[in-house]
Design a protein around this ligand. Structure first.
Ligand code: PMP
Length: 316
């Protein structure tokens, strides 16, 4: 069998992408948590930084500054570590402690701004990014984010589907919207009728009703409709909602039943995909992604010990 990776430059960035597509319970799930830094965001972090270098926007010795709910911060911190840039992660309080620690492990500085939602962090990152020798990739706005997903992730999934199959539906939560829109564009090119479903937490119905509330599906619905989604909203057919509680129990079930240790958005994606298969029998090839690893949520969901010292995780 050919090795999955060949030795190229000796950098871990060569191992970004080329993740498995798993058929599970009738759904095609791209196993993105296997990316270096533990999430799908390794893709756009590498892509946006390399594009900025090509355009001369980022030079040796510069500082990268980005607002993030955590995964893009972890991914950019990894890229900055490999390439020798300083990294400033601007994130709200209330995200999983592992996400903060992972950015720090890669040598980044973390600035806290606001609580849970990313709005205040965005404003702060914008200000910091305007300083000399600073560069802000601006993932929520950047067409480079969409471009990576259209040119790399989308075609990768298409090449992994069983031969003769084209996607009938794609469902993903919206953080930046880059994955849904970019992969959606790639899918539309092979099936103009593919249905694109955005998913949001039922507690925070932002896209559908303009509401902003706290929820526990970290990484999506950050408290506003991102520029990318607004610009390309015409591509999206429908918006589904999944509750945080359901997402978290599905996340735990994926680990126990399938050995897939991923985060809450993966649970929500799986539930939304199964609902699409049930409600739209004509949509047979339904694609989603498991975006980040469960290790990023150990303290939140997997390490509770009750008053008697018994590990309470099994009873939840
Ligand atoms: N799931 C998780 C865990 C994420 O971190 C993100 C991105 N923040 C998403 C889903 C959504 O991806 P996108 O930004 O492309 O909408």
């Amino acid at each position: 069998m050919a090795p999955r990776y060949t030795t190229v430059s000796g950098s871990i960035l060569e191992a970004v992408g080329d993740t498995p597509l798993l058929e599970i319970e009738g759904i095609y799930a791209k196993i993105e948590f296997l990316n270096p830094s533990g999430s799908i965001k390794a893709r756009i972090a590498k892509y946006m930084i390399e594009r900025a270098e090509q355009e001369g926007l980022l030079k040796p010795g510069d500082t990268i500054v980005e607002a993030t709910s955590g995964n893009t911060g972890n991914a950019l911190s990894m890229v900055a570590a490999v390439k020798g840039y300083r990294m400033l992660v601007v994130m709200p309080e209330g995200m999983s402690s592992e996400r903060v620690a992972i950015s720090r492990a890669f040598g980044a500085d973390v600035v806290f701004c606001g609580k849970f939602h990313v709005n205040d962090a965005l404003q702060r990152a914008r200000e910091l990014g305007q300083q000399p020798h600073h560069f802000a990739p601006s993932q929520f706005e950047s067409e480079w984010n969409v471009e990576e997903n259209r040119l790399i992730l989308g075609p990768e999934i298409l090449s992994q589907l069983p031969s003769g199959r084209v996607p009938d539906a794609l469902v993903l939560g919206v953080g930046t919207g880059g994955t849904l829109i970019g992969v959606g564009q790639a899918f539309r090119a092979v099936n103009p009728d593919v249905r694109l479903f955005a998913m949001e937490p039922s507690e925070s119905c932002t896209i559908l009703c303009g509401e902003i509330a706290t929820h526990n599906i970290e990484g999506i619905s950050d408290g506003f409709v991102p520029g990318i989604f607004e610009r390309h909203a015409g591509l999206v057919n429908d918006v589904l909602s999944v509750s945080s509680a359901d997402a978290i129990s599905e996340m735990k079930r994926l680990a126990r039943s399938h050995g897939l240790f991923c985060g809450p958005s993966s649970g929500a994606h799986m539930l939304a995909a199964k609902r699409i298969r049930q409600n739209f029998p004509g949509l047979k090839t339904v694609v989603t992604a498991f975006c980040d690893e469960g290790e990023k949520y150990l303290h939140e969901y997997f390490m509770q010990v009750d008053a008697t010292g018994v590990d309470a995780t099994h009873f939840r």
